[in-house]
Design a protein around this ligand. Structure first.
Ligand code: KG4
Ligand code: ZN
Length: 354
């Protein structure tokens, strides 16, 4: 059966909408639009939840119109509305869920609450049709975990961060060094001209078994290196800054590569995939690709970062499986994919980790 699904995503600082057509086995992205809130939060050095929620509520209607227009689809042609129902910043998630409920009720169409993490985790199937089981490394501003994906609703978390997410660490390092936000791209650019072995930064948790990760100590080490230079030489040159960025980036890539090696050894999978904004980092991609002989899947950037096509896709799979929600659908700040895994204690830019 050919389905047309509208997807809505508003769990952090991107208001995203998309239209997906086809079936779970052959999905086609008709439109995928994102309105970033970076400019609204720039003055505060991080995402302000209340500002995010209000901005989502104000722009969602328009973004739904955009997605429909670009897809050349009329509202009545939509078979179901899929919306991120968690995990994330609760105000933003609520804005999306309320908008989706309004549409579903007005149109008399089914509503489907989607787990944002499932969206990321299933993206390699949307983009590349990768077969189960595969290992997913999700690395973004709010998340960091290894997931073994056995099916659309079968996830096992093999490890994750115990404090910051890597994107968060990139953003904080950029802030420490006076580089613009989001920090990932600006640190990567500064690192292009830097010497990655000049600063001996730690490789957190490599001395411990398993594939849990930690990034907050690394950020503190960067702060210390900066303060040392300021104390001994009165400041930092462009070259100092580039060297520090390159050393930091290499430390993150080294740790993620080694932990990926361990996760792959445990997971017994047929492919290795990455998702999340940090997966855009070229040094990291190259290191991860070299970890294994298995097929390595890195979706295009627009589908690595937060987007609604992935939400529509999970919605499509749920609809095909006969799972829809009603008006009692609730927004959830926490919603772990692997309900049997112990909760992670870290807290990223999306608030408490799932
Ligand atoms: O997946 P995403 O768009 O949103 C979240 O769910 O967080 O990821 C955004 C994060 C930001 O922290 C940003 O600094 C980081 O991804 N990022 C990068 C790069 N591009 C974006 N980190 C490292 N290198 C990059 N090139
Ligand atoms: Zn995300």
């Amino acid at each position: 059966m050919t389905l047309t699904i509208l997807g809505i995503e508003s769990s952090c600082d991107d208001t995203a909408t998309a239209v997906l057509r086809g079936s779970g086995d052959a999905p086609v992205i008709l439109s995928n639009t994102v309105r970033s809130q970076t400019d609204l939060h720039a003055a505060y050095g991080g995402v302000v939840p209340e500002i995010a929620a209000r901005a989502h509520a104000e722009t969602l209607d328009l973004m739904v119109e955009h997605a429909l227009e670009q897809a050349d689809v009329m509202l009545p042609e939509i078979d179901a509305i899929a919306v991120t129902a968690g995990p994330g910043l609760i105000g933003g998630v609520l804005s999306g869920v309320m908008a989706a409920k309004g549409l579903a009720m007005g149109l008399g169409k089914p509503l489907i609450g989607v787990n944002h993490l499932a969206g990321h985790a299933l993206t390699p199937r949307l983009t590349d049709g990768v077969a189960f089981p595969y290992l997913l490394l999700l690395v973004s501003g709010g998340h960091c975990q290894f997931l073994r994906v056995d099916g659309p609703e079968a996830f096992t978390r093999l490890g994750g961060t115990i404090d910051d997410a890597p994107g968060e660490a990139f953003d904080k390092v950029a802030r420490l060094l006076g580089l613009p936000q989001p920090g990932g791209p600006s640190v990567e650019e500064a690192a292009l001209y830097g010497n990655p072995s000049r600063f001996k930064l730690p490789r957190p948790l490599l001395d411990r078994p398993g594939c849990d990760l930690s990034f907050s100590g690394l950020k503190t080490a960067v702060l210390r290196a900066r303060d040392d230079m300021v104390a001994t030489q009165g400041g930092m040159s462009e070259q100092d800054r580039s060297d520090l960025c390159a050393s930091f980036q290499m430390a993150v890539a080294d740790v993620l590569a080694e932990k990926s090696r361990r996760a792959l050894a445990d997971a017994q999978v047929t492919a290795f995939a990455v998702a999340g904004g940090v997966a855009a980092n070229k040094t990291l991609r190259a290191k991860l690709e070299a970890v294994t002989d298995l097929p390595f899947i890195a979706p295009p950037l627009a589908l690595c970062t937060d987007n609604a096509a992935m939400i529509a896709y999970v919605g499509m799979l749920a609809f095909e499986a006969g799972r829809t929600d009603d008006m009692s659908l609730r927004a959830r700040p926490r919603w772990p994919l692997d309900v049997d895994a112990a909760p992670m204690i870290g807290s990223g830019k999306k608030g408490a980790k799932a």
